[in-house]
Design a protein around this ligand. Structure first.
Ligand code: NAI
Ligand code: MG
Length: 323
């Protein structure tokens, strides 16, 4: 197995190496290769990611990704958006798990308001929200597949205002009916509040690109913040795993970032490749470390990124001796 590693910028450099270490312990057969991309590369070379980098990512069996700082240029095209689009990673899967909370936000990842159809003029700016039948069908099928193994599907939308969401919602309902999945709908603004008030009533939530981006950050509140939330970007032929958070320039380089979101993304990578045993070991090692009281500052602890990461590594070596 060949695993591409993109640390990116900021805390990507702090949370990805310890995640890679855990994968290397569990899977000595993994061959890792680095792909440099991001703001740092843009400052040095004028390009945040090259066509060759995209080809390299295409050739990987899976990608472990940190986060990228958005360069301050008007004509800049987001690196992660480009990767999601070129590798057709259409499903962004964001599990939110904690006490009394076990839900998954399934966000359409290739179109909607992030379609890239936009312009800025002197006195106006416009971003077109493209929703296609193909895009809506495949994301709702993906979400129904998850919901069928769990409980229910909720469709998050704004169909009372947006015609494009009438279209999206109707396709989701049709797919849920075909799959025999219990389904309900909720306006996305109301959902952002209700998910905080009654989290246990939610299971799989399917929604469009921007709404899913916002909803998953909102949901982070339920489980202790952005430092904990992992995600998967899944396509037919490729997959990329990244923490939900960004490059966090406000805390970068200070050894205080929480690597749990990245480590859990590593666990999702293992599970996606079929190694559920190793995935469970990573989750367990994180949990045991936290239970011992070793935590980063965002969780109320005093451990730095490195100390916490060492704790998880040692726990993993205890759980899986000889690996
Ligand atoms: P952010 O997620 O980087 O940070 C938001 C807040 O959460 C900050 O106060 C940060 O310190 C905190 N935080 C985030 N991750 C943490 C962790 N692991 N441990 C402890 N605290 C953590 O979002 P922000 O500040 O809006 O964006 C920063 C940069 O990252 C921007 O350039 C943005 O464009 C980029 N970004 C990149 C993403 C990606 O590459 N997929 C996703 C989101 C943002
Ligand atoms: Mg986001």
């Amino acid at each position: 197995m060949r695993i591409a590693v993109v640390e990116g910028d900021g805390i990507g450099h702090e949370v990805i190496p310890p995640t890679r270490d855990l994968l290397a312990i569990l899977r000595p057969d993994f061959e890792f290769f680095e792909v440099e991309a991001g703001y740092g590369k843009w400052q040095r070379t004028g390009q945040a990611i090259t066509d060759d980098d995209i080809s390299a990512l295409r050739n990987a069996d899976a990608i472990l990704f940190g986060a990228i700082t958005t360069p301050p240029a008007r004509d800049y095209r987001s690196v992660i958006l480009r990767i999601r689009k070129e590798l057709d990673l259409y499903a962004n899967v964001r599990p939110v798990k904690g006490t009394g909370v076990d839900l998954i936000v399934v966000r359409e990842n290739t179109e909607g308001l992030y379609s890239g159809v936009e312009k800025i003029e002197q006195d106006s700016a416009c971003t077109v929200r493209c929703i296609t039948r193909k895009g809506s069908e495949r994301i709702s099928r993906y979400a129904c597949g998850l919901a069928a193994r769990r409980r229910t599907l909720t469709i998050g939308h704004k169909a009372n205002i947006l015609k494009s969401d009438v279209f999206f919602r109707d396709i989701c309902f049709a797919e849920a009916e075909k799959a025999g999945v219990p389904v309900r709908e909720c306006y996305i603004d109301a959902l952002c509040l209700d998910i905080l008030l009654h989290p246990s009533q939610y299971d799989v939530i399917v929604t469009t690109n921007l709404f899913g981006d916002i909803l998953s950050d909102v949901a982070a509140y339920l489980v202790g913040g952005l430092g904990l939330l992992p995600s998967a970007n899944i396509g037919e032929n490729h997959s990329l795993f990244e923490p939900v958070h960004g490059s966090a320039p406000d805390i970068a380089g200070r050894d205080i970032a929480n690597p749990i979101a990245a480590m859990r993304s590593g666990s999702m990578l293992l599970a996606h490749l079929g190694d559920h045993g190793s995935a469970a070991l990573v989750d367990q090692a994180i949990e045991q470390t936290v239970l011992k009281g070793i935590m980063t500052r965002d969780l109320g602890g005093t451990a730095g990124t490195r100390v916490f990461s060492r704790g998880v590594r040692e726990e993993l070596e205890r759980l899986a001796p000889g690996r």
